[in-house]
Design a protein around this ligand. Structure first.
Ligand code: GLA
Length: 389
């Protein structure tokens, strides 16, 4: 078991010392609601059974000492002046969370930590959010800070924005902290109110297949930030006619005439966000009614909107969606996460999974020379503290 392995690693790297707690946090897939979180909109992610686990103890110094089993690497930093490291990039997520907690006025003491995870890295499944959230919960517990989970989520997001320098929204950290077993979360990214929505795919004879396209585009951060600023620009222009709006969340399909009058790029970005928010609202109704066919159609529609209007897909993800669509038994498919590579999700009949896997392995590999990774994840609970005895 992972905990046993971490305990062993702890005694090897910190000889003579005893770990006192462990924490773990999952990665995620987003079922629907892409590029809506930073527009104050709606998302529908689910936490997956791939997690990052931290184990350790206070060490009575002012230093944080880390050992990553995945990278087989050590790192240390002083709590007195936390800076970024170029060498151990994984450490920046931990440094960022500690830095932000201290800047918010919390007193931290030195810690010895070992960590390991099985969230695929660079696959668009939010391994960085999982690490930030596992760290936030771990540091909170070990230092007895008693910060509530939603505040820790916001802090983890700020660590990524302000320390790591990626301007992400709140979805990934939120689902990693607050995910629930067998459920997706319907989250309002403005109020942070959420409802659990049963993900009864298995009961309906279906499987949610996740495929890592194996594509990593360096463009993600710059294009992501560009999309964000285009959305803000669209809001500024729409304000002339709709002075009360503060985000694209406040714009609906009824305002299509105003959206259509925007300059082309902004029109397309706004049209995606507005239609995607509506798709999330529709999806909730379909899932509650166990209407997976209609839900599947929304996945296709979301992909098309992300491909044509938001322009964050890529030829490899489009190819995967086409392979899925032409395989009998598929109900719906789309890219998930920020885009420009990363992963996609397919909702398919359980009986069709093998055929789908074979076709993806044959056709995708033949056309792209990339071997994709294929997963079937369960919806699991969010971050937890694991007591050690
Ligand atoms: C990334 C970001 C999220 C969200 C998605 C797109 O995963 O971290 O905040 O914006 O992209 O929906």
């Amino acid at each position: 078991m992972q905990i046993e392995k971490l305990k062993q690693a702890f005694s090897e790297h910190f000889p003579g010392r005893q770990p006192t707690i462990a924490s773990s946090a999952p990665g995620r897939v987003n079922l629907l609601g892409e590029h809506t979180d930073y527009n104050d909109g709606f998302v529908l992610p689910m936490a997956i059974d791939a997690r990052i686990t931290l184990l350790g103890a206070l060490n009575g110094t002012n230093e944080v000492n880390l050992y990553s089993l995945d990278f087989e690497a050590k790192d240390s930093f002083s709590l007195e002046a936390i800076t970024q490291t170029e060498i151990h990039r994984w450490s920046n997520y931990i440094r960022g969370v500690c830095d932000l907690l201290q800047k918010d006025g919390y007193n931290l003491a030195g810690m010895d930590i070992v960590l390991q995870g099985n969230v695929p890295l660079g696959a668009g499944l939010s391994s960085s959010a999982a690490l930030e959230v596992a760290t936030a919960l771990f540091v909170d517990k070990l230092n007895d800070l008693k910060v509530n989970k939603t505040e820790l989520v916001k802090l983890a997001q700020r660590a990524e924005n302000e320390f790591v320098g990626v301007n992400c929204g709140i979805m990934d950290q939120f689902i990693s902290m607050l995910g629930e077993k067998d459920h997706a979360l319907f989250l309002d990214c403005r109020s942070l109110d959420y409802q659990t929505v049963a993900a009864r795919f298995e009961e309906a004879g279906c499987t949610l297949v996740v495929i890592n396209s194996g594509v990593k585009r360096g463009l993600v951060d710059s294009e992501y930030n560009l999309r964000r600023s285009q959305c803000e620009e669209a809001v500024q222009l729409l304000k002339k006619d709709l002075p009360e709006i503060t985000a694209l969340r406040d714009v609906t399909i009824e305002h299509l005439d105003l959206i259509n009058a925007l300059p082309e790029a902004l029109r397309k970005r706004a049209r995606h966000v507005v239609s995607e928010n509506q798709r999330v609202l529709d999806a909730i109704e379909f899932l509650k009614a166990d209407n997976l066919e209609a839900f599947g159609e929304l996945l296709y529609a979301s992909h098309e909107s992300l491909r044509d209007d938001y322009e964050v897909s890529c030829s490899e993800l489009d190819l995967l969606v086409e392979i899925a669509r032409s395989t009998p038994g598929t109900l719906g498919a789309r890219m998930t996460g920020a885009g420009f590579g990363g992963s996609m999700i397919i909702l398919t009949a359980k009986s069709a999974v093998e055929e789908l896997k074979n076709r993806v392995m044959d056709e995708y590999t033949a056309k792209t020379q990339i071997t994709p990774e294929i997963f079937t994840f369960k919806a699991v609970e969010g971050a937890t503290i694991i007591p050690l005895d």
